[in-house]
Design a protein around this ligand. Structure first.
Ligand code: XMP
Length: 508
């Protein structure tokens, strides 16, 4: 295992992902959090930071005590802190260096194994190391900075420092450098694989759960599906899955997903048809937040009623993933904030159940890899994100069962079309929105006065920012006539060309 000490850089999670991609397990902790030198710990990486090492309250750690026990790699701020603490000099650069640079390797070293003598790296720093400390040697430079990589000139205390960001995509051979640190320097064995994760996790779950029972809400989404499948592998039918039809799922989704859960994944899951309860509570509600509240609250009610029917439940399964639980170092001062947990419907703490969270240390792409290894069909693994309140926030204004049917049909044609035209995987999320607008049209000789549907498709990495997807005109033309010709009640289709920010992905 590798520890990554976070000094608040926006790239810290990318370091962790690069380490995991090399099949080595790692964890991120805030730089000031105490940790144990457990036997499996093989090395430490110091992240970048928005701070300057010369700031009065600059984050600090005892690097000397670390290197007396384990190899350390300092990245950007981590490198500057290294320079400063061992007696080198770090100063503000005359201009901020940002973007591509060509790294030139000046000295052969195992950290550069397999890398080209010159390669593109990504820089993002305001300070530079002007002088390396005594007892250190220079390893690489770039055209604009003479000190881009250096190491402690010592075989007993291993300390590498790089000014650039090897973890980002634009550092072309950066992943090799990280791999070299992990394997050549720290001696990690690259055995953090999906298969290994599954066998370890199943054993750990069996130990945690013993002969007790676990209840869990399933949503059809990737995280809850993978989590439930792992738990089921560990304890079989002592997992009680609950999948609620809230009436605002996609067309046919409830039946299809439930069938996959039962027939393919052999989960002990109960489908609960609560459509009518949701429709009657939603009646008359037009405000988006009011709709969200109704759905969230009713979901909890239904789930708790179902939970009561199973005797002796002590544990609650959840599909929480690593980005939800990493403690992040705030940019506005070295304080610690913990992101709130997202979970299916936000189940309340007063249920007093012990949590079972098998994906707590996985990134989303790793959840998908584990899911594939578990034999979960691609259909479920590659699914676009779908909001908890479902189509309720894609029907602007009041929700009725008729409007849900109309939107389900239009959405179904749109999503199936994306799949048939091989466009589904190239967008991050797509869906149709029913607008509360009627307009005039003409069909045959008849005048129509019907609803408008907006199509939305975005590209994104994490949903925080998003660009509208540049879908081919031919495809849009095809879908538009498909919907208008086949869905009675809709006579106009528009395409949303707004990016986030300033728009959001959902319309409500
Ligand atoms: P926005 O609309 O904020 O959406 O750009 C970003 C992502 O979050 C999803 N989303 C939700 N998910 N409950 C959810 O579980 C919600 O109330 C909710 N609102 C938005 C949205 O689908 C997109 O993936």
């Amino acid at each position: 295992k590798i520890l990554i000490l976070d000094f608040g850089s926006q790239y810290t999670q990318l370091i962790a992902r690069a380490v995991r991609e090399a099949n080595v397990y790692c964890e991120i902790i805030p730089y000031h959090k105490p940790f144990e030198y457990e036997p499996g710990l093989k090395g430490i990486i110091l992240s970048g930071s928005p701070f300057s090492v010369n700031d009065e309250n600059a984050p600090d750690v005892d690097i000397q005590s670390m290197i007396s026990r384990l190899p350390v790699l300092g990245v950007c701020y981590g490198a500057q802190l290294t320079a400063k603490k061992f007696g080198g000099r770090v100063e503000k650069s005359s201009k901020r260096e940002y973007g591509r640079a060509i790294l030139q390797i000046l000295k052969d070293d195992r950290i550069f194994e397999g890398m080209s003598k010159q390669s593109q790296v990504w820089m993002s720093h305001a300070d530079s190391v002007k002088e390396i400390p005594a007892g250190f040697e220079l390893l690489a430079d770039t055209q604009s900075i003479p000190i881009a990589a250096f190491r402690k000139n010592d075989d007993k205390e291993i300390l590498y420092a790089v000014q650039f960001h090897p973890e980002v995509y634009h550092s072309i051979e950066g992943k090799k450098l990280i791999r070299n640190f992990l394997v050549e320097v720290c001696g990690c064995s690259q055995d953090w694989t999906p298969a290994h994760f599954i066998s370890d996790t199943v054993a750990a779950l069996q130990k945690q759960i013993g002969d007790r029972k676990v209840i869990m809400a399933l949503s059809g989404g990737v995280d809850s599906t993978v989590a439930a499948t792992l738990i089921s592998k560990a304890i079989g039918d002592r997992l009680y899955g609950i999948f609620v039809d809230n009436g605002v799922l996609r067309k046919g989704e409830f039946e299809q997903v439930l069938k996959t859960y039962k027939d393919n994944l052999h989960l002990n899951v109960k489908g609960v048809d609560a459509k009518d309860r949701f429709y009657s509570e939603l009646a008359g509600k037009t405000d988006p937040e009011a709709k969200r509240k109704v759905i969230g609250k009713l979901f909890i009610d239904v789930f708790q009623e179902e939970a009561k029917k199973v005797e002796g439940i002590e544990l609650l399964g959840q599909g929480t993933i690593y980005p939800d639980v990493i403690e992040s170092v705030s940019v506005h001062g070295p304080s610690v904030t913990i992101k709130s947990h997202h979970n299916v419907g936000g189940l309340p703490e007063q249920m007093h159940l012990e949590l079972v969270e098998p994906l707590r240390y996985l990134f989303k792409d790793e959840v998908r890899k584990v899911g594939r290894e578990l034999g979960i069909p691609d259909e479920l693994i590659d699914r676009h994100p779908f909001p908890g309140p479902g189509l309720a926030i894609r029907i602007l204004g009041e929700i009725t069962e008729e409007k849900v049917k109309l939107l389900q049909e239009a959405d179904h044609r749109y999503i199936s079309g994306l799949k048939e035209h091989n466009l589904y995987k190239s967008v991050w999320q797509a869906g149709a929105i029913l607008l509360p607008v009627k307009s005039v049209g003409v069909m045959g000789d008849e005048r129509t006065y019907e609803y408008t549907v907006a199509l939305r498709a975005v590209t994104s990495v994490d949903g925080m920012t998003a660009d509208w997807a540049h879908l081919p005109y031919d495809f849009l033309a095809h879908i538009s006539s498909d919907i208008i010709n086949n869905v009675r009640g809709i006579n106009r289709v528009v395409y949303d060309i707004s990016s986030k920010p300033p728009a959001t992905i959902e319309w409500e």
